[in-house]
Design a protein around this ligand. Structure first.
Ligand code: FAD
Ligand code: MLT
Ligand code: ZN
Length: 458
């Protein structure tokens, strides 16, 4: 669709006011391209509601006109799910930015869908609490988007994924009805758990407008160690002993020398070690507590086999410098070329082999491509990024995902299925499961207007 039907346009103006219905081609274009630049679409309009009622009004109007909608938060999603690839209307949720006072007695907070993860973290921190989810896109990624993708990030190891934080939700379903259950009682078995269902639903069932989120005790002391190993096998072998010998570990992240070199070149950083020639893989480990964690982490590292080099940081500046080597991978890879981003998980027992084999699988299909591997090692979550392949050429994607599924691995560990991987969902899900998914979709989105083509292909 290139233009809104006039009647729909009038209804949307009635709901959100003319300034919040954007139709200028130059303005809406910015909402139609994803963070990587791989997925670019068009839209006749971006609608910017500021309340649950307004979202409901927009969804009802679009449903009545049979017009499809793509919910959009910070637009940092990496699977093409947040942009209008088939001319859908974009429903931007960033104005849903209300953030209630932190409820200290419950250790919870109610946040609007448009609140960024960084704002949420700041609000929790001011009350000596913390939000368990953290990710490099924290300044843009929103509460609604992270729930819709069930974002993982850097602290799943300790606090679980986003789904584990959501204790209540308010949402507008695809039929325009509003469901709201925000009391956040720790014990509440009154039926189906809609927060769990909406977490990871990728905007295909409805629009999350507010959420009640669990907070955790703030940790005031942190230590980060960057460990160098000769091989992926040695690095992966260190994960289990690290976890079992240091209870305060919050993150165990992995990257490879090629990614480190790229990050240092693109971002003009010095290498973390004087020489890296013998290094085959790195683990970045963070421990956090309310007391100094340096000794805990040091003794855990001292008991490991195969550590060739260690860099340790306890103060904020040096910790950030070590984290930069890991967190800047995404940006650095995007500078090489438009990446195919395959976000997968495999059992730890095959992780080292997987990391060693994937580049060969890619090379067998696209000899000139480059494969970049990094990720959340403790969860077996690998980000397979491939540059040098045409954005529409999906042969590499299919081969890597098939290889992943051969180990009962997940083709979508944390970013969601989106449009990028919808056609391969059968690799992980049975016909019976897909039929159940479709039945849920029909029940909550009877007009089929919520993010069609995302998650469930066709
Ligand atoms: P968007 O990109 O706007 O949308 C994502 C999906 O959610 C779309 O399908 C959209 O339709 C839907 N959606 C958005 N808002 C709503 C809503 N209110 N109701 C219903 N559906 C909605 N992801 C991780 O999991 N872990 C990481 O460590 C991580 N690191 C990242 C680092 C960088 C530098 C970047 C660019 C991305 C990273 N991501 C990561 C991916 C991304 O940040 C997450 O997927 C995040 O959850 C998306 O949030 P968002 O607000 O930007 O959502
Ligand atoms: C990360 O872990 O850095 C993110 O998931 C982003 C990415 O995959 O590039
Ligand atoms: Zn990640």
């Amino acid at each position: 669709m290139t233009e809104l039907p006039p009647a729909l346009r009038a209804e949307l103006v009635e709901v959100v006011g003319a300034p919040n219905l954007l139709t200028d081609a130059d303005v809406v274009a910015g909402y139609a391209v994803d963070w990587t630049g791989r997925f670019t679409g068009t839209t006749p309009a971006v609608v910017r509601p500021a309340s649950t009622d307004e979202v409901a009004g927009v969804v009802r109007a679009c449903a009545a006109h049979g017009v499809a909608v793509v919910p959009q938060g910070g637009n940092t999603g990496l699977v093409g799910g947040s942009v209008p690839l088939e001319g859908e209307v974009v429903l931007s949720l960033t104005r849903l930015s209300s953030l209630d006072e932190v409820d200290r007695s419950a250790a919870q907070v109610t946040a609007g869908a448009g609140v960024t993860v960084a704002s949420l973290q700041r609000a929790a921190g001011a009350d000596d609490l913390a939000y368990g989810v953290d990710l490099a896109s924290r300044d843009s990624a929103t509460v609604g988007g992270t729930i819709a993708t069930n974002a993982g990030g850097l602290r799943v190891l300790r606090y679980g994924d986003t789904r584990a934080q959501v204790v209540g939700v308010e949402a507008v379903l695809g039929d325009g009805s509003v469901v709201s259950h925000l009391a956040g009682l720790p014990r509440d078995n009154t039926g189906y758990h809609l927060p769990s269902l909406l977490a990871g639903s990728e905007g295909t069932l409805g629009v999350v407008t507010r959420a009640r989120l669990r907070l955790v005790p703030a940790t005031t002391e942190r230590t980060v160690a960057l460990l160098a190993f000769a091989s992926t096998t040695d690095a992966v072998a260190a994960i289990t002993p690290l976890r079992s010998s240091c209870a305060t570990i919050e993150a165990i992240e992995l990257f490879l020398p090629s990614g480190l070199a790229l990050v240092c070149t693109v971002h003009d950083l010095a290498l973390p070690f004087r020489t890296t020639a013998a290094h085959g893989a790195y683990l970045l480990v963070e421990a956090a507590d309310r007391r100094d964690t340096t000794d805990d982490l040091a003794s855990a590292v001292a008991s490991l086999d195969g550590v060739l080099d260690v860099a340790v940081a306890s103060d904020a500046m040096h910790r950030a410098a070590l984290w930069a080597y890991r967190e800047l991978h995404t940006e650095a890879i995007n500078r090489v070329g438009t990446p195919h981003k395959l976000d997968v998980a495999v059992p730890l027992r095959v992780l080292a082999m997987y990391l060693d084999e994937v580049p060969a699988i890619v090379a067998s299909i696209a000899p000139d491509a480059r494969t970049w591997l990094f990720g959340h090692a403790a969860d077996g979550n690998v980000h397979v990024n491939v540059t040098g392949v045409d954005p529409d050429d999906e042969r590499v994607d299919e081969a890597v995902l098939r290889y992943t599924a051969s180990f009962d691995g997940s083709i979508s560990a944390e970013h969601g299925v989106g449009r990028a991987k919808a056609r391969w969902l059968r690799m992980n899900r049975s016909e019976a499961e897909l039929a159940a998914f479709r039945a849920i979709k029909r029940a909550l989105d009877p007009h089929g207007i919520m993010n069609p083509g995302v998650l469930l292909a066709g």
